[in-house]
Design a protein around this ligand. Structure first.
Ligand code: 4AZ
Length: 276
């Protein structure tokens, strides 16, 4: 399921990437991306750094306009997947989505709990490659600051949490079955960090995509089942209390031999921070 990445950045997005900063004229919309398969509901109060990206204009109001996940890495900074800001996901160039917001503290998208904060600026990783999906990260600047307690630390280069076999958890409101059953409440699934050798074997460079160890990691279970899915994109993969990845791509959801692929945070943190 590489649909979100099938098309290279065009027009406004390419310009935005070149400039590295794209001020949004006003709040914007939300789209649909990945979800959690084989997980279980969790309380957002236990994981306040998980946020929903929303645009009711683009995705309707039923699920608060949720279309992707994100993670709070600074009081006014949310990281998400760069592909969440693509025309393919939004259906419009992102600067034309006028009601883009981040929803924090709302586990149940059918309620109005928590806060909706307008996104003031979107910065796409200048090293993001839409074709390979390498460096799939964007930084959103919020119009209002969240409390310090919402911030999740990022893993750095050489962090032991990247060791194969490490237990991690992935969070989101995405598809819970792989058949378009988007969750109303926040879900999480336990997965294991897999070795680069296993990830390369799963995605050697066929129609499903190519695993690139420098900018990606993969996680799941050999027998499949627990995984991120459509609508979970941009959401956090957390291990040992640190952010190690963002939901990026994969072949289907929860399939044996096709683990989920994540943006390797340690590889992109520097460039995203440097431009903060
Ligand atoms: C998606 O389409 C997607 N199983 C996200 C994650 C995964 C597959 C697809 C990983 O957004």
């Amino acid at each position: 399921m590489r649909r979100p990445f099938a098309r290279p950045w065009t027009g406004v997005l390419a310009t935005a990437a070149a400039a590295t900063v794209l001020p949004l004229a006003s709040p914007v919309p939300a789209a649909a991306d990945s979800v959690i398969v084989g997980g279980s509901p969790v309380q957002v109060s236990d994981s306040p750094w998980v946020v929903a990206l929303s645009s009711r204009d683009r995705f309707g109001g039923t699920r608060s306009g949720q279309f992707c996940g994100g993670v709070v890495t600074g009081r006014t900074t949310v990281l998400t997947a760069a592909h969440c800001m693509s025309d393919d996901v939004l259906g419009l160039p992102m600067n034309r989505v006028k009601d883009l917001t981040v929803i924090a503290g709302r586990g149940d998208l059918g309620t109005s709990e928590g806060r909706e904060i307008p996104v003031r600026e979107v910065r796409i990783n200048p090293e993001y490659d839409a074709y390979s999906n390498s460096g799939d990260v964007a930084a959103l600047t919020l119009a209002e600051a969240l409390p310090e307690g919402y911030v999740l630390p990022m893993a750095g280069e050489g962090d032991p949490a990247y060791k194969a076999g490490t237990e991690a958890a992935v969070y989101g409101w995405g598809d819970t079955t792989g058949a378009g059953d988007y969750a109303r409440t926040l879900h999480a699934a336990r997965v294991r960090v897999l070795s680069d050798a296993v990830c390369e074997e799963a995605y050697p460079g066929n129609a499903d995509g190519t695993y690139q160890a420098e900018t990606m990691l993969c996680a799941g279970e050999m027998e499949g089942r627990r995984d991120a899915c459509q609508g979970d994109s941009g959401g956090p993969l957390v291990a040992q209390g640190r952010l190690i990845g963002l939901v990026s791509w994969g072949s289907g959801c929860g399939r044996p031999g096709s683990p989920g692929v994540y943006t390797r945070i340690s590889a992109v943190a520097k460039v995203m921070r440097a431009r903060a």
